[in-house]
Design a protein around this ligand. Structure first.
Ligand code: GUN
Ligand code: ZN
Length: 431
């Protein structure tokens, strides 16, 4: 057993789901708290006095008034879109064709893929995000580059080769057979290796033939221990296109369901314009819905029903959707989720926003026992927030009467400047 290290600071630790109980009753806050870690895992969390008494010999690292939290979990992103984030003026289909596909074309070059994977993961860590579920490109090189960069940082990540065999340009299409073969080879190589998970990744129904969806459905049936990620009902034009491409389908979700791509462990990005049957089926199978609020406003997609799904107990993750999303920061993402909640008439409590970015996303990725929590035994991926990182935030936080009021200005106005420290598997990330 390695040495014990104790981190001191404010500690917020969820003990329940803030959508299933009064939000401020779902977490414990210690103004002077501590997290003891050993061998990359959390040993205990609680008031500093108690934790220090339990491990009197332990080394200490004092974060003062910094707020120690589980590292953020970004449940849906596209690392290859890092360099074209914030591209102007298009809605989904034009945005894909004008900006996204030309950039993704470059990832057949292993050196470029490695450069962007490293840049992306360093941006994530600077923003306090310690786990991401990301799409790669159709190129196996992009998947290897991503997993290698994540392994070099010892990060828990989930990723897969994006499969597309139609409605994408030359050089960016595979086939049903090559998508199956390449995905299987990558899965066998990476799934469960260190902290990596492979995710079967059909981009979305418009860019796959029914045969390709069926091939990936067959792979998922062979390997149900893998997650499966895709997009669902993001924009109304996209839904009309899906109807024309799949005339026999009952709805968009049915294009996945009919090909073995609906199930527990399915991650459905966006899920905005859903019909009653789709909502019922997603609930029946315990699928995960991934909310990407900065993307939904940036690309002009619509308003996700966060509160409704969360109160119903559906698995809901929070995500940047970089680079459809306009930020790498899960703090900015919490702000956008709050704003969308307001536009829906359902403001989310600070505890609910924080839960979505940590335990909620971890639960959506079926990793709730490992990450997104400070529970003993979980992996010591942590972020320490400075709740007064800018003058604007500091002057508002100074008036706060409780931890939620102290946290909310950082959730609304914070970004990477609010991240004081990050730990991955118990090791501090060099600034
Ligand atoms: N739908 C299919 N591909 C994409 C993508 O890359 N980004 C977003 N936001 N939606 C998609
Ligand atoms: Zn996406």
């Amino acid at each position: 057993m390695g040495d014990v290290e104790i981190l001191l600071g404010q500690v917020l630790n969820f003990t329940g789901d803030p959508f299933q109980m009064p939000p401020d009753a779902a977490a414990r806050h210690d103004r002077r708290g501590a997290v003891a870690i050993q061998d990359g895992r959390i040993l205990s969390t609680g008031p500093a006095d108690q934790v220090l008494a339990a491990y009197p010999q332990a080394a200490r690292r004092d974060h003062g008034a910094g707020l120690i939290l589980p590292g953020f979990v970004d449940a849906h992103a596209h690392f290859p879109q890092t360099a074209m984030i914030a591209s102007w003026g298009k809605r989904l289909i034009d945005w894909l064709n004008s900006y996204t596909f030309p950039e993704e074309m470059k990832f057949g070059d292993a050196a470029y893929a490695a450069e962007i994977a490293a840049r992306y993961l360093d941006l994530l860590l600077a923003n306090g995000t310690t786990t991401v579920a990301t799409f790669c490109t159709i190129h196996p090189e992009s998947v290897a580059a991503f997993f290698e960069a994540a392994a070099a940082r010892n990060m828990r990540v989930a990723a897969g080769k994006t499969c597309m065999d139609r409605n994408a340009p030359d050089g960016l299409r595979d086939t049903p057979q090559s998508a199956y073969d390449d995905s299987k080879t990558l899965l066998d190589r990476w799934h469960g290796r260190g902290r990596a998970s492979y995710v079967i990744t059909p981009r979305f129904s418009p860019t796959s033939t029914p045969d390709q969806l069926a091939a990936l459905g067959a792979l998922w049936a062979e390997r149900p221990d893998c997650l499966m990620q895709t997009h669902l009902s993001e924009q109304t034009d996209e839904i009309a296109w899906v109807r024309s491409l799949y005339p026999d389908a009952r709805d968009y979700l049915d294009t996945y369901e009919a090909h073995g791509l609906l199930g527990p462990g399915g991650l459905y990005g966006h899920a905005i314009h859903l019909e009653a049957r789709e909502i019922a089926r997603l609930r029946d199978v315990d699928a995960s819905l991934i909310h990407c609020p900065t993307s939904n406003t940036f690309i002009g997609s619509g308003l996700f029903r966060t509160r409704e799904f969360c109160v119903a107990g559906q698995r809901v993750g929070l995500a940047t959707d970089t680079g459809g999303g306009s930020s790498f920061s899960m703090l900015r993402t919490m702000a956008a989720a709050y704003e969308i909640g307001q536009l829906r008439g359902t403001p989310l409590h600070p505890a609910q926003l924080l839960w979505l970015a940590t335990a909620g996303s971890a639960r959506a990725l079926h990793m709730q026992d490992r990450i997104g929590t400070l529970a003993p035994g979980s992996e010591a991926d942590l972020v320490v927030l400075d709740l007064s990182a800018t003058p604007a935030i500091a002057q508002r936080a100074a008036r706060a009467d409780d931890i939620w009021e102290a946290l909310f200005p950082t959730q609304m106005m914070g970004d990477d400047r609010s991240v004081a420290a990050v730990y991955v598997a118990g090791r501090v990330v060099p600034a």
